[in-house]
Ligand binder design. Structure first.
Ligand SMILES: Nc1ncnc2c1ncn2[C@@H]1O[C@H](COP(=O)(O)OP(=O)(O)OP(=O)(O)O)[C@@H](O)[C@H]1O
Ligand SMILES: [Mg+2]
Length: 264
């Protein structure tokens, strides 16, 4: 069963299509990665799927609900963590979560129960009463994801969840996301510029470039099409051609990278 069905989703800004007739399905319970260079249209796609931005044309079904026709139903079954900081630094972790619980309309008994559960699950119980401006970047991201999970959404949208995190904080975030998915079967759609992260977390990925899908498959299959030892970074360069300016074909690029990594 598909948790997300995207059908020719399109968004213009002026005369330019930021997202152009995008179509894909995300199986329920899977982790799906939206990848691509800056400006590819990833955040615009997520904003349409979360009903924050109306599509110019096309639509999507989230848990069977149409984003154009039943946006309030969609909002009830999704969680969203935006690319920008969303937690309030002047409040404690507990207060941030309680505020979100109220916004989601949880009844007062459930509010404190869910806030305690989420704090525990995200490894933040011991810091619950500290102001968020004292939290590390990793703790803030875990808190923000926790805020989006309070109402037990079927589908969770994460726009660059690990941006700015150090490797340890990033790995800790990945394990929290994986544990959450295993425990609750939540479908997760995320964007990231970290190809290791996409490789580790995602069952399937899409590479977007200038609003179009240029590749869609499992990370393993995509790497295999480029040959032995190819990484998802290589796949990124191959399909979007953006991050390496030296020119040359894939083999040249791979060789350059191997040489660089030997010098490290
Ligand atoms: N509000 C807006 N008004 C006009 N153009 C916009 C607006 N938001 C995004 N765009 C343009 O739409 C295109 C897609 O932007 P989007 O933010 O979706 O990309 P992205 O893939 O999320 O990039 P990044 O990796 O940098 O976050 C870009 O060319 C961007 O400049
Ligand atoms: Mg973005």
């Amino acid at each position: 069963m598909s948790a997300i069905q995207v059908q020719e989703l399109t968004r213009y800004y002026g005369t330019r299509a930021a997202v152009d007739k995008l179509s894909f399905d995300v199986p329920a319970g899977s982790v799906f990665g939206l990848l691509g260079p800056n400006g590819a249209g990833k955040s615009t796609t997520i904003k349409m799927l979360t009903t924050l931005l109306p599509p110019t044309s096309g639509t999507a079904l989230i848990g069977g609900y149409d984003i154009n026709e039943a946006p309030s139903m969609v909002r009830q079954i999704i969680g969203y963590v935006p690319q920008q900081l969303s937690a309030d630094g002047e409040l404690s972790g507990y207060e941030n979560l309680l505020l979100s619980a109220k916004l989601y309309g949880l009844n007062s008994k459930n509010q404190t129960r869910r806030v305690d559960e989420v704090l525990e699950f995200m490894g933040l119980s011991e810091f619950r009463n500290e102001l968020v401006n004292q939290y590390s970047g990793g703790m803030i991201r875990r808190l923000e994801i926790g805020q989006a999970l309070l109402h037990e959404p079927q589908v969770l949208f994460l726009d660059e969840p690990s941006v700015g995190l150090d490797p340890v904080a990033r790995k800790s975030l990945w394990s929290h996301i994986e544990e959450w998915r295993k425990a609750f079967g939540t479908t997760i759609l995320l964007t990231t510029h970290d190809m290791d992260e996409a490789d580790k977390l995602c069952d399937q990925v899409i590479f977007m470039h200038l609003g179009h899908i240029v590749a869609m498959d499992t990370p393993a299959n995509l790497k295999a099409t480029l040959g032995l030892n190819a990484t998802l970074d290589d796949v990124f360069v191959h399909y979007t051609g953006t991050s390496i300016k030296e020119g040359g074909d894939f083999n040249n690029v791979q060789q350059i990278r191997r040489t660089i990594s030997r010098l490290d």
